[in-house]
Design a binder for this molecule. Structure first.
Ligand code: 5RP
Length: 235
């Protein structure tokens, strides 16, 4: 089995994925939006992977000149494997972006960052005039924080101070995200810690209030960004 088929098979088996066919349709819609000369912001998540496979196919068959700006090393490696040329925010401005999300509320506010890349994801979404967020129905919530905590990337030496300040903002649970398969905390691509936080209430100023704490690099809370939400249906 080739590795793209193997990836799709693994996605099908993942407990997270409730509707692979719906995701493939949305991935195809994203790939259709690509035009020659585009610089794409590339987020993360299962539908992003599917969209990249479809985009790589178009690049190959239509000989499109397309570049991507990735939000993580993992996505960079996947693009390299697919032959999608990459660039950086130093050299290019993204024309549009596609990304996943962990929760989306009725105001199109998001929680992101389950993969630990919220800082780069927010940097790219902020730099982009047009952002497509791809989710399945399981991500739609009436209240942010229903299923996922808010990830907050923190400069390690600031941990105790930041924890103290987050409690003042109404954090009722703060967990330093553990490393996978070994002792100790996970270290982000920017050499920081990630705190997974739950709040009594997620108000409209919470994103700014969290960001104002010295030592916070960024949070996975996205309130008031220009986003178009694409929902993958059940068929
Ligand atoms: C990672 C994210 C992802 O976009 C999010 O986890 C979506 O993943 P999936 O579509 O596989 O559920 O915010 O930082």
């Amino acid at each position: 089995m080739d590795w793209e088929s193997s990836l799709i098979k693994n996605l099908q088996w993942s407990a997270d994925i409730i509707n692979i066919s719906g995701k493939q349709k949305v991935a195809a819609q994203i790939a259709e939006k690509v035009t020659d000369g585009d610089t794409l912001g590339i987020g993360s998540g299962s539908t992003v992977y599917l969209a990249l496979i479809a985009i790589a196919e178009r690049i190959k068959t239509e000989k499109l000149n397309v570049k991507g700006i990735p939000t993580s090393i993992e996505i960079s490696m996947f693009c390299a494997k697919l032959g999608i040329p990459l660039t950086t925010l130093f050299e290019n401005k993204p024309d549009w972006l596609f990304d996943g999300a962990d929760e989306v509320d009725t105001n199109k506010s998001l929680i992101k960052g389950r993969g630990g890349a919220a800082f780069k994801e927010k940097l790219l979404i902020s730099s982009c005039p047009k952002n497509y967020i791809i989710v399945d129905e399981s991500k739609l919530v009436t209240r942010l924080g229903t299923n996922f905590p808010i990830p907050i990337e923190v400069f390690p030496q600031a941990l105790l101070y930041v924890e103290q300040q987050l409690k003042k903002l109404g954090a009722n649970s703060i967990v330093v995200r553990p490393a996978k398969g070994k002792d100790g905390p996970i270290i982000s691509e920017n050499d920081n810690l990630i705190l997974d936080c739950r709040f009594d209430e997620v108000g409209s100023s919470l994103e700014k209030d969290i960001k104002a704490i010295t030592g916070v690099i960024e949070s996975g809370l996205f309130i008031g960004y220009p986003l178009e939400i694409l929902v993958a249906g059940n068929n």
